[in-house]
Ligand binder design. Structure first.
Ligand code: 13P
Length: 253
């Protein structure tokens, strides 16, 4: 069975509650609700509850940008998976390169966050990707494979199926430089092969692998036409309804 394409907008640290709900309204008005594509948006924590209410009854789903691995406790500034589920979050991004580079995220914290999300009934979107220096040193597949193994360690095949992997080459994020379709497909195929090793063929066939890094209306359709590119994690271009809707349309071609 063909995998349903999955497009998620990662709004990063952008938009007030009013701006976020206005964007959701525009997106909901423009979305056809085609079953071939699943669409989610990940606002900041402060806008999650309002966006959660705004997406109800629309084809849009709610995602969070991060989570803490504990359920509750003395962890000032953190938000737990049950708290995210409480406001309607269905997907949780973990291991984003900005969190790895700026906030000390490691493969081990990613693994714990994946477990916490799954325990709360939230589907993880696990981000992996190499730095420019790592690509230039020919280490892309080694780095990505270490991140996938580390983040997904210990998951049974039926649980693994609920996970989405987002391949985001760090040098392509927010730079306007996109991986070529051949570069993306090569890494996606190697991630799929690794998933087969970790969880068997049914799990590897079920897991969606998104591409992220300067996805725009102009390049989305071509990237998404690759056999192992099952969606996109979109940063900058997800902040404008027109661009994000055009990217979703690219997934339908
Ligand atoms: P850009 O689309 O702005 O390059 O960001 C990609 C990204 O980091 C999505 O998580």
């Amino acid at each position: 069975m063909a995998r349903q394409k999955f497009i998620c907008g990662n709004w990063k640290m952008h938009k007030t509650v009013a701006e976020a709900t206005a964007l959701v309204k525009e997106l909901a008005d423009g979305l056809a609700g085609d079953a071939r594509v699943q669409v989610a948006v990940a606002p900041t924590f402060t806008a999650l509850a309002a966006v959660g209410a705004a997406v109800r009854g629309t084809p849009l789903e709610l995602a969070a940008q991060d989570v803490h691995w504990e359920v509750q406790g003395a962890f000032t500034g953190e938000v737990s998976a049950p708290m995210l589920a409480d406001v309607g979050v269905r997907h949780g991004i973990v291991g984003h390169s900005e969190r790895r580079q700026l906030f000390g995220e490691t493969d081990e914290t990613v693994r714990r966050k994946v477990g916490a999300l799954l325990a709360a009934g939230i589907r993880p979107i696990v981000c992996v990707g190499e730095l420019l220096a790592e690509r230039e040193a020919g280490r892309t597949l080694e780095v990505v494979s270490r991140q996938v193994r580390g983040g997904l360690a210990g998951l049974s095949p039926d649980v693994l199926m609920a996970v989405t992997v987002a391949y985001e080459p760090v040098w392509a994020i927010g730079t306007g430089k996109t991986a070529t379709t051949a570069q993306a497909q090569e890494v996606h195929a190697s991630i799929r092969a690794l998933l087969r090793e970790l969880g068997g063929a049914p799990a590897a066939d079920a897991v969606r692998i998104q591409y992220g890094g300067s996805v725009k209306p102009e390049n989305a359709a071509e990237l998404l036409s690759q056999p192992d590119v099952d969606g996109a994690l979109v940063g900058g271009a997800s902040l404008k309804a027109k661009d994000f809707l055009a990217i979703v349309k690219g997934a339908l071609r």
